[in-house]
Design a binder for this molecule. Structure first.
Ligand SMILES: NC(=O)c1ccc[n+]([C@@H]2O[C@H](COP(=O)([O-])OP(=O)(O)OC[C@H]3O[C@@H](n4cnc5c(N)ncnc54)[C@H](OP(=O)(O)O)[C@@H]3O)[C@@H](O)[C@H]2O)c1
Length: 278
């Protein structure tokens, strides 16, 4: 597995992690596929994607419970990220939400605690004070945000008095390129890790057919003897601040996704893809 530095820290994290939106349910809790989900997460970990991203909101906390089961006996070798919801960003609510996540995850610490969405009604300085408290108490190791614009990211950075903001998790894929206009170059300059969510366009990248650009990606895939999804993920992680967290419970998908790293395209191919999918 390839690794990249997390923000400005010395910690290296896998370039591919495991997303969990849909693990244990989507907006509601569903337990029927829990065993499959635990097995899928363990397979992903065994394949080297030792980075799991979840959130208190996923399946109303049940995703975190499934993740907790999957990492039993291997907690310390997993980079574990979760998120506090936008409605829980007051000082006391952050502390409370973190304790509840720790309990569901059956762990004593969270590696990366992320603010899931900004909330204009609660000053970011208040949220970040709670984050600093949690780091001091050893309940979380690093602080990140998600869905923050450049301006909001700067505010979050400035609100942290003795810690660095290490990451911003945002939607980024070949077909969703908004961050390239501002956030991506900003993160590159500031050494903030971009955690790309929905990197496979929620599974749609493999099904698209109409338009020349899909012919191009398929030709590039066959040149490197890779699949379309592997090329799409590789195109993301070749950018210096970017790691990606595809979600997959199908074992074939997990095997395919791990094959997206460990190789590089020639610059001309990656530039042709960037242009064709603009
Ligand atoms: N911060 C945020 O606001 C936010 C928002 C959205 C998502 N996220 C995070 O980002 C993660 C990933 O995003 P996402 O789940 O929206 O979308 P995604 O990872 O782009 O796509 C997931 C879908 O693609 C399928 N898939 C995975 N690998 C595949 C492959 N090799 N071939 C064909 N299909 C494949 C999965 O199917 P199977 O599961 O059946 O294998 C699943 O249906 C989430 O799970 C979550 O952790 C964060």
């Amino acid at each position: 597995m390839e690794f990249k530095k997390l923000g400005r820290t010395d910690l290296k994290i896998p370039v591919l992690g495991l997303g969990t939106w849909g693990v244990g349910g989507f907006s509601a809790k569903s337990t029927e596929d829990d065993d499959l989900a635990v097995a899928a997460l363990r397979l992903g970990l065994d394949l080297g994607m030792r980075f799991i991203d979840t959130a208190e909101i996923y399946a109303r906390g049940h995703s975190e419970e499934v993740v907790g089961k999957a990492i039993v006996n291997q907690r310390d070798s997993v980079f574990l990220a979760t998120k506090v919801s936008a409605e829980n960003l007051s000082y006391d609510s952050v502390l409370k939400a973190c304790n509840a996540s720790l309990k569901r995850l059956e762990t004593e610490y969270i590696d990366l605690y992320q603010v899931h969405w900004p909330n204009s009604r609660i000053p970011i300085s208040e949220t970040m004070k709670a984050m600093e408290r949690l780091v001091k108490d050893g309940k979380i190791r690093y602080v990140g945000v998600s869905n923050f614009s450049v301006k909001q990211t700067k505010e979050a950075q400035e609100a942290l008095s003795n810690l660095e903001l290490v990451s911003n998790q945002v939607e980024y894929s070949l077909t969703e390129r908004s961050i390239e206009n501002g956030l991506l170059p900003y993160a590159d300059k500031e050494e903030i890790t971009i955690i790309a969510y929905s990197p496979l366009e929620r599974g749609l990248i493999s099904t698209r057919t109409s338009g020349d650009r899909w012919g191009l990606i398929d030709a590039i895939a066959s040149k490197y003897q890779k699949t379309r999804n592997q090329v799409a993920l590789n195109w993301l992680i070749e950018k210096s601040p970017v790691v990606a967290i595809p979600k997959a419970v199908n074992p074939q998908h997990l095997h395919e996704n791990v094959g997206a790293q460990g190789w590089r395209m020639f610059r001309e191919d990656s530039e042709a893809l960037s242009k064709a999918f603009t």
